[in-house]
Design a protein around this ligand. Sequence first.
Ligand code: NAD
Length: 369
Amino acid sequence: MPTVRVALKERSYPVFIGRGGFSDAGRILRKQRLAQYRAVIVSQKPVADLYADSLKSALLREGIEPCFFIAPYSKSSESSKSQAVFLKLIRALSSADGKGKSLFLVALGGGVVGDLTGFAASVYRRGIPYVQIPTTLTAQVDSAIGGKTSIDLPQGKNLLGAIYQPRLVLSDTSLLDSLPDRHWSDGFAEVIKYGVIKDPHLFLMLEREGLGEFRKNHRLLEKVIQRSVKIKAKLVSRDEWDKRDVRMVLNFGHTAGHAIEAASGYSGRYTHGEAVGVGMLVACDIAKALGVLKDPTLIERLEKTLLKFNLPLYTKALSTEALLRAMGYDKKTELGANRFVLPVYLGKTTIVKNIPLTVISNCLLKRKG
Ligand SMILES: NC(=O)c1ccc[n+]([C@@H]2O[C@H](COP(=O)([O-])OP(=O)(O)OC[C@H]3O[C@@H](n4cnc5c(N)ncnc54)[C@H](O)[C@@H]3O)[C@@H](O)[C@H]2O)c1
């Protein structure tokens, strides 16, 4: 199966990408010397209903006996990343523990399950192994790679977390067949981001083919996932702890994007990808206003590409004041100063600090539909 390696010395790990790898999960885990442990599979009901039985059989075939923790959620999937669910998971781990074998965790789900599982693995017994089996496109191209794990606090998203790498990532694209339409678009927002920041060829592929083609053509889908994962793996390898401004480029579109999500109260009105799509356009508009953008065609090309993936170009009914307020709390603002990843041309970005508030405000206003 095609494999991308995340090179982090003794914490290095493989990302397997391909159709059908899921049925081979037991053998893959055994090869990574995980069969000596007891597996706790963490998932959510919609995903477990679809895939838990096949995963259980795949593990049992290799003598790995799993038990399950199905993370409850109320209003939205994100509520599985609450303190209450996290503690419930930790209690479930302590009940499953001590039966002759140490535990390892398997995250079977999207980014929510991946973040929750990774964080639990990072703190339970001061760290136990975990693997990611991502079931959304967002998770396959982004959240399952790089070791950022977290849960939410009432004060904000992802406030309690750790950087803790998985032992492996198993991305089977057939798991995406059941993904609802909106989540496909959501994931492609991140793929488009990779194209703009690092990979003009990837952007060209996206510009040429629409969402429908990628959903039909498995090889093409695998190719864009692989290219995306390679970009993320390389950045993570150079800046595992997110301290050297290298990983920062991945935040292209996320400063305004997070503000859109926060200002709409994380109600799901805008998915993360939809918000990032508009956020990328806001960043382009700012780059243009500051004279940083050297390719004037980029904005129109990005708009056309976002539309091909059913992603919006404007936000509706969000006040500029609310967006600016939300940005003030953005983790990416340092000591009150703002910091944006701005495009220069396709494949090249730059980080600009202390952008005048009027420029940001005008660009947010421009994207208000
Ligand atoms: N750690 C990171 O680096 C990182 C990066 C990006 C996002 N994130 C986090 O990821 C989360 C968002 O993740 P997401 O976009 O994957 O959404 P998600 O995990 O909420 O999944 C979306 C919904 O789809 C369901 N689902 C998942 N896979 C499915 C499948 N194959 N078929 C049918 N239904 C399926 C889920 O149960 C859920 O209801 C956020 O919490 C965000 O903070 C983390």
